[in-house]
Design a protein around this ligand. Structure first.
Ligand SMILES: *Cc1c(COP(=O)(O)O)cnc(C)c1O
Length: 399
């Protein structure tokens, strides 16, 4: 055996955290890091949120798992709450984002199947998309680096350019079932899709009897300052995949759909062993308790503006490091002028954690509970990191 016993699939930073407190992570050596990566948009309410801890521990003392052979009251409750808060009528719970997407894609295919159009199984997706790492979701994402070496790409995905709605129109055939899109691309580099484009996609779906699927795994659950990012555009999907933030760190995913879109998802056609188990549902309900509290999302919007304006100031000061600030709410991207991995390292040296994304972007995804003081502290650290990198770039150029 060479090195560790783990698959070499992850390149890990040489940091091990022992515990977390709100927006802070503490290493095994007692060093404190400001966590603006949030476990890639997962720790929506920070670390050790008292309401989540008590929901999980109370449930842990009662009942962990029973399978979906029985009623799970917490699951019915979370399903109803999600339906009440959204376009959806029905919910299927999963353990991850990719599984929520699998369910979404299967739901769209079954819809056409029961409408006597089994030939309509294809889904249109967008360049730069990320939908997960299962065989179907790497096909949906369409990125060569994730597809290479894994055999024939799963059939049924047609990709067009990012925000190229004319190309979508041309790509629709008699075999098309659905259009799948992230309202704000996450891994692709924090790229929001313009409202006008989402509206046109909705119209195309009406015209051609296609199902519109939103992947809100990263941008959902308050991340952009609305419960779901598509609310900003006033466009609703037929099906939506959710995960990451909904569990606040516990593995939870969900596929939401209208009654009409879910018409083919009848008894026995789909399933999961762990999905929607009592532990996951206790935490999911607790996350919603907080996010749906009066004024919570308005406060996210206010804090997001504070952070974005501060970042714009840093970008103005160090244009050789940060070119632009993009994104919405507390899902912000630093479009880097220097390599994003270097900017990430510079911030890590300042004990601030962020997450690289495509298009040379560095993502900032702090918990929605981040305080004003922590935002100011983060801005100080980002400024210090950018200054250090800018000085190094200037020194290298002078040589
Ligand atoms: C993370 C992510 C996924 C995949 O979620 P997993 O839980 O890793 O399977 C899918 N879509 C988007 C937009 C994501 O950000």
């Amino acid at each position: 055996m060479s090195g560790s016993a783990l698959f070499e699939t992850f390149t890990r930073a040489p940091l091990a955290f022992d515990h977390g407190e709100g927006t802070w992570l503490v290493t095994d050596k007692g060093e404190r890091y400001l966590d603006f990566g949030g476990g890639v948009a997962v720790n929506s309410l920070g670390h050790g949120h008292p309401h989540l801890v008590s929901a999980l521990t109370e449930q842990a003392a009662k009942l962990w798992h029973v399978s979906n052979l029985y009623e799970i009251p917490g699951q019915s409750r979370l399903g109803e709450r999600l339906a009440d808060a959204t376009f959806a009528d029905k919910v299927f719970f999963t353990n991850s984002g990719a599984e929520a997407l699998e369910c979404a894609i299967k739901t769209a295919r079954r819809y056409h199947f029961v409408k006597r159009h089994p030939e309509r199984f294809r889904t249109i997706t967008f360049e730069g998309a990320f939908h997960g790492r299962t065989l179907a979701t790497i096909a949906a994402g369409g990125q060569y680096k994730y597809l290479e070496g894994f055999g024939p790409k799963v059939e049924g995905f047609d990709q067009v350019g990012f925000d190229d709605i004319d190309a979508v129109e041309k790509a629709i055939t008699s075999e098309t079932a659905a259009i799948l899109i992230e309202p704000v691309q996450g891994e692709g580099g924090i790229r929001p899709v313009p409202t006008q484009s989402l509206k046109r996609l909705r119209q195309l779906c009406e015209q051609h009897d296609l199902l519109l699927i939103f992947d809100e795994v990263q941008c959902g659950i308050g991340r952009t300052g609305k419960l779901f990012a598509h609310e900003w555009a006033g466009v609703t999907p037929d099906i939506m995949a959710v995960a990451k933030g909904i569990g606040g760190g516990f593995p939870v995913g969900a596929c939401l759909a209208t009654d009409e879109a879910a018409v083919g998802m009848t008894a026995g056609v789909h399933g999961t062993t762990f999905g929607g188990n009592p532990l996951a549902m206790a935490v999911g309900n607790a996350v919603l308790d907080v996010v749906l509290e009066d004024g919570f999302l308005e406060d996210v919007q206010r804090k997001a503006l504070l952070l974005k304006q501060g970042l714009a100031g840093v970008a103005d000061e160090f244009p050789d490091v940060i070119e632009d600030i993009r994104g919405s709410g507390l899902m912000l991207g630093l479009k880097c002028a220097a390599p994003n991995t270097k900017v990430n390292m510079a911030l890590r040296d300042q004990h601030l954690l962020a997450v690289p994304a495509g298009d040379n972007v560095l993502r900032l995804l702090p918990p929605l509970t981040v305080t004003d003081a922590e935002i100011h502290e983060a801005l100080n650290r980002i400024r210090a990191g950018a200054r250090g990198l800018s000085d190094a770039i200037t020194a290298a150029a002078a040589k």
